[in-house]
Design a protein around this ligand. Structure first.
Ligand SMILES: [Zn+2]
Ligand SMILES: [Zn+2]
Length: 297
């Protein structure tokens, strides 16, 4: 099955907020939230956390899949509402979420998002992004125990960013993948190898080797049952051909990366797709992927 809306995924796991930028809630004895979208959606997550947990302050942890603004934007808001909340991430994410220039860029991207999509998301208050302090540094193989058989295994899945983590929940054979497995929309997959193509492919293979019944993507969709394996195979194939397309364009334009970005943008960016990604972030991502291919990373 391919789910798109927020709500209950299975006993214990919920998609909260807004389907394009979901935060996943594990209602274990010590509840855990995975990711925390953009700043403007902070109250959407909080509303759903209250709905499923009764009281928001029982939420114990917020674990990040990576350090992009659209996955950690509402941490400052949630920290303010839930002071005891502990944040977990890759060590690299912990470092860069403290950097003044990164924080400034995140703040700008978050308020740009609120401007571009204000009508659609109801223009919630533009809560500024601030430096984030991480309490728990996570690495490959860490096993976290949240009570009554609810454990979470940390899997390093770099390639989208170098700090990308996926989270495996054995009890329900679910994976919270962030963008390590790409983004799915209108039956197509957008590869997301913004930091390294070879790492990204290795991460996809790593995910494909897991016993998995639920794959929760960082944007928009949740795959279940047979659709999980099918999606991962498609994601691997699409990523290979997307890279070949970039290689071909680099040849055609004698290595002129900006021309390659322009050409591919024209081919794949579809403004009619609702909230696929705003142009600025889409171009940032595409430029990074062209660079990765050009530099053979
Ligand atoms: Zn990302
Ligand atoms: Zn994202």
């Amino acid at each position: 099955m391919i789910l798109e809306q927020t709500g209950k995924i299975c006993d214990g796991l919920y998609s909260t907020g807004y389907h394009f930028l979901p935060a996943f809630l594990l209602a274990s004895p010590t509840p855990v939230l995975f990711d925390a979208g953009v700043a403007a959606m902070g109250s959407y997550y909080l509303r759903d956390i209250e709905k499923y947990l009764g009281k928001a302050d029982t939420l114990g942890y917020l674990l990040l899949t990576h350090s992009h603004y659209d996955h950690c934007g509402s941490i400052p808001f949630l920290k303010e509402k839930i002071p005891g909340l502990k944040i977990g991430s890759h060590a690299h994410a912990a470092k860069i979420l403290q950097k003044p220039d990164v924080v400034e860029m995140m703040r700008a991207l978050n308020s740009n998002f609120a401007k571009v999509f204000g009508d659609l998301i109801g223009n919630e208050a533009d809560i500024p992004f601030n430096p984030v302090e991480v309490d728990l540094l996570l690495k490959d193989g860490d096993e976290l125990d949240f009570g009554e058989g609810w454990t979470v295994r940390v899997i390093e899945t770099p390639g989208h960013t170098r700090d990308s983590l996926s989270y495996y929940i054995p009890r329900i054979e679910a994976v919270i993948a962030g963008e390590a497995a790409g983004v799915f929309h209108n039956n197509g997959i957008n590869p997301q190898f913004s930091s390294s193509y070879s790492d990204y492919m290795a991460s996809l293979e790593k995910l494909a080797a897991l016993d998995m019944d639920i794959l929760a993507l960082g944007h928009r969709n949740i795959l279940t049952g047979d659709d999980v394996g099918k999606y991962l195979r498609d994601s691997i194939e699409t990523t290979v051909s997307f890279k070949e397309n970039i290689d071909g364009c680099l040849d055609r334009f004698n290595g002129d990366r900006e021309k390659v970005v322009e050409t591919i943008f024209g081919e794949i960016y579809d403004e009619t797709v609702l909230m696929q990604q705003d142009k600025t972030s889409f171009l940032l991502n595409l430029r990074a992927q062209v660079r990765v291919v050009a530099e053979g990373k």
